[in-house]
Design a protein around this ligand. Sequence first.
Ligand SMILES: C[S@@+](CC[C@H](N)C(=O)[O-])C[C@H]1O[C@@H](n2cnc3c(N)ncnc32)[C@H](O)[C@@H]1O
Ligand SMILES: [Zn+2]
Length: 276
Amino acid sequence: MACPECGDQLRPRDRALRCGTGHSFDIARQGYVGLLTGASTKMTGDTADMLDARAAFQGAGHFAPIAAAAAHACTAGIDRAPAPDEAAVILEVGAGTGYYLATALAAEPTFFGIALDVAKPAARRAARAHPRMASVLADAWRGLPIRDHSLTGVLSVFAPRNPTEVARVLAPGGRFVVVTPTADHLNELVGPLDMVRVDPDKDRRLADSLSGLFDRIAHTRVEFPMKLTRRDVTDVIAMGPSAFHGTPADDPRIAALPDTTEVTASVTVSTYVPTA
Ligand SMILES: C[S@@+](CC[C@H](N)C(=O)[O-])C[C@H]1O[C@@H](n2cnc3c(N)ncnc32)[C@H](O)[C@@H]1O
Ligand SMILES: [Zn+2]
């Protein structure tokens, strides 16, 4: 990892990470390192309630096919490491609970992971998500605290991206895997429960933001039905952008649902490599 103030390599010492210039960043009691600087210290990201809901929903396994597809895209057929003496490292930007990165690490016993999120409740959870995962509290929009061309992969699942920075930190041939919802994601719930809709132009905006920096090498639609209880439905709303629009846990529209509702999960998993 790199110092967010000066870019020098960070090394662990006395429950902190320090660079050669003398900047020092504490490792919190909960196991993550705080690398927020400047104005970003006011950024909060997702709330503890959203993280609890997301952990419950992911823990129930409903998004397991998405995690498997993302893990496969990050790891399958890839050179193990950027250099013979270096470990393969995958960074997840906006990692939340760390669920997707943990799935990729489980698939590749030699890989290490860095979970980055601007939300403290996320950084706390990710610190416990996997023994080979480090957790960093940082703002992806302020630059990634990572040395140039040092990573095997970068993963972004339903999360913000910083394409210029991702291109800077990826090793040649490294992969940038982006998972975004399609317009059909959770469509049985979106209308009846007044959830935030996916921008139908999302795919084109993603392509625009990456053009010139990355070439797309794979693009897969992952779509499957889920059987959700009322509890699951409450969680899936509380964990996403609709939570900010106030859907209370005791919403009468959820109470009126049958014991289980079939709901579509629909995402695209896109794999990019830096343009040579
Ligand atoms: C919709 S969540 C997805 C989390 C995780 N990838 C998942 O799918 O479970 C988006 C995450 O991005 C984080 N986030 C938002 N803005 C960020 C930023 N500027 N830098 C880093 N993380 C950010 C939020 O705190 C949140 O955890
Ligand atoms: Zn420094």
